[in-house]
Ligand binder design. Structure first.
Ligand code: NAD
Length: 366
C-alpha cells in the first residue's frame, strides 16, 4: 500500500491529509476512535453508497449510532433546501454539538457536508472521505465549504476545516472517464502553478492516469494536494496568493454558466480556461516552449467539443464572477512552467479581442 501523510496547518489547527491506494483500510483505527460512542451522520449520495458503502462498515461498529443521510448526486446537493433538510433530520435524530459528520462523496457532497457541519449548533467536527479525483486533489483541502443560490454558484458558505481528510485512490477505480479527466485537469492546474516535476509526470503517465490506475494516481494526488496545501497555508482565507488557484477558472466559470452547467464538467471548462490563459500569457512573455507544452498536454485530454458561446455573453459572465474583484478583472497567467502571476491590468477591450480569436479557433475545430 502506498501512503502519503500530509498536513495542512491553518488558523484553527492542523488537518492531517492521508493519501494512498487502500488507505481507508489502514486508517480504520483513527477513524474508529474519532466516532467511538458518538452519534455519527454520514452525508453521501446514492451512487457513492451503491458502489462503496462497504468501507463505512468499521465506523458503524464503533459509533453509538450511525445515520445515513442521502443527498442527490452531483451539484443538486448544494442547495439551501437540501442543507435545511439535513439539519432537520439531524435534530430529529438527536444530533448534538459533539455529534460527528462524515462527508463521503465528491466535491458536491463535501462542500455541502462541510457547510452543514459548520453551521449546525455553531460547528460540528467532520471528516472528508473524498471519492472523486477532483475532491481528493482540490475540494476536500483548504476548508472552503459552500452551497449554491439559484443565480450564483458557491455564493453562501464558510471556512470550516475537516478534522482529517482520507483520500483513498482505490475509490477512484469506479469513476467515469469524464470525471477522471475533470480531476486531472485540476492536477494539471496545480502543476502549471507550482510543480514542473508533476507536469512532467502528467506528460509521462497520462494514459494510465486517465484509465483510473489507483496505484499510479496515488503519488499524483499527493503531489497536487501538497501543492494546494502550500498555497492555502500561505493564504488561508484567500486574501492574495490563494487566488492563484483560480488559474483557468475565470473563463472556465463563464463557459460553465454560458452553457447552462450541463455541457461541460467543471475541470473540462477549466481546461478551456487554461488554454485561453496561455494565449493571454504569451502576449506578456510566457516562453513559447512552455506555452506549447501546456497546449499539447491539454490537447491529450480531448476536451469535449462545445458550441462557441457569444463573446458578449462571456464578457458579461466574466464580469459577474465573484472573484473578479471590486476594482476590475483579475487573471491568473502562467509566466513559466511552475510559476504564475495575478494580473489586473488587462483591459476589457484586450480580453474581448483575444476571446473573439480564441472562440473562432475552436469553432473551426468543431
Ligand atoms: N471547496 C473547495 O475548495 C472546492 C474546490 C473545487 C471544487 N469544489 C466543488 O466541488 C464540486 C465538484 O466536485 P466533483 O467534481 O467531485 O463532482 P461531484 O461531487 O458532483 O461528483 C460527480 C459525480 O461523480 C459521482 N461519484 C462520486 N464518487 C464516485 C466514485 N468513486 N465512483 C463513481 N462515481 C462517483 C457522483 O455521484 C456524481 O454523480 C463543485 O460543486 C465545486 O464547486 C469545491
Amino acid at each position: 500500500m502506498t501512503r502519503f501523510d500530509l498536513q495542512l496547518r491553518h488558523p484553527n489547527g492542523e488537518t492531517p491529509i492521508l493519501v494512498g491506494d487502500g488507505v481507508l483500510l489502514g486508517e480504520e483505527g483513527e477513524l474508529q476512535d474519532w466516532v467511538r460512542q458518538r452519534r455519527v451522520f454520514v452525508i453521501s449520495s446514492p451512487r457513492v453508497l451503491e458502489l462503496h458503502s462497504q468501507v463505512l462498515a468499521p465506523l458503524s461498529r464503533q459509533a453509538a449510532d450511525l445515520h445515513m443521510l442521502e443527498v442527490p448526486d452531483g451539484e443538486a446537493a448544494k442547495s439551501v433546501g437540501v442543507a435545511e433538510g439535513l439539519w432537520g433530520e439531524m435534530l430529529e435524530a438527536g444530533g448534538k454539538r459533539h455529534s460527528r459528520i462524515v462527508a463521503f462523496g465528491g466535491g458536491s457532497v463535501g462542500d455541502l457536508a462541510g457547510f452543514v457541519a459548520g453551521c449546525y449548533m455553531r460547528g460540528l467536527e467532520y471528516v472528508q472521505l473524498p471519492t472523486t479525483l477532483l475532491a481528493q486533489v482540490d475540494a476536500s483541502i483548504g476548508g472552503k465549504t459552500a452551497i449554491n443560490l439559484a443565480r450564483a454558484k458557491n455564493s453562501v458558505g464558510l471556512f470550516h476545516h475537516p478534522r482529517r481528510v482520507i483520500a483513498d485512490t482505490r475509490l477512484l477505480e469506479t469513476l467515469p472517464g469524464g470525471e477522471l479527466r475533470s480531476g486531472l485537469i485540476e492536477v494539471l492546474k496545480m502543476a502549471i502553478l507550482s510543480d514542473p516535476e508533476l507536469f512532467w509526470v502528467l506528460e509521462r503517465d497520462l494514459d494510465g492516469l486517465m484509465a483510473g490506475d489507483s496505484i499510479a494516481l496515488a503519488p499524483v494526488v499527493a503531489a497536487a494536494a501538497q501543492a494546494k496545501i502550500e498555497i492555502v497555508e500561505r493564504d488561508p482565507v484567500e486574501r492574495g496568493e490563494r487566488m492563484l488557484l483560480n488559474l483557468g477558472h475565470t473563463l472556465g466559470h463563464a463557459l460553465e454558466a454560458a452553457l447552462g452547467f450541463q455541457t461541460l464538467r467543471h475541470g473540462e471548462a477549466v481546461g478551456y480556461g487554461i488554454l485561453f490563459a496561455v494565449g493571454l500569457a504569451e502576449n506578456r512573455g510566457l516562453p513559447l516552449a512552455a506555452a506549447n507544452r501546456i497546449r499539447q498536454l491539454v490537447e491529450r485530454f480531448e476536451l469535449p467539443r462545445i458550441p462557441a458561446p457569444e463573446v458578449d455573453t462571456l464578457i458579461r459572465l466574466i464580469g459577474r464572477d465573484k472573484k473578479a474583484g471590486e476594482s476590475g478583472w483579475r487573471w491568473v497567467l502562467p509566466t513559466d512552467l511552475g510559476a504564475c502571476e495575478i494580473v489586473s491590468d488587462l483591459t476589457e477591450a484586450a480580453v474581448r479581442h483575444e476571446l473573439a480569436a480564441f472562440l473562432a479557433r475552436f469553432e473551426e475545430a468543431s
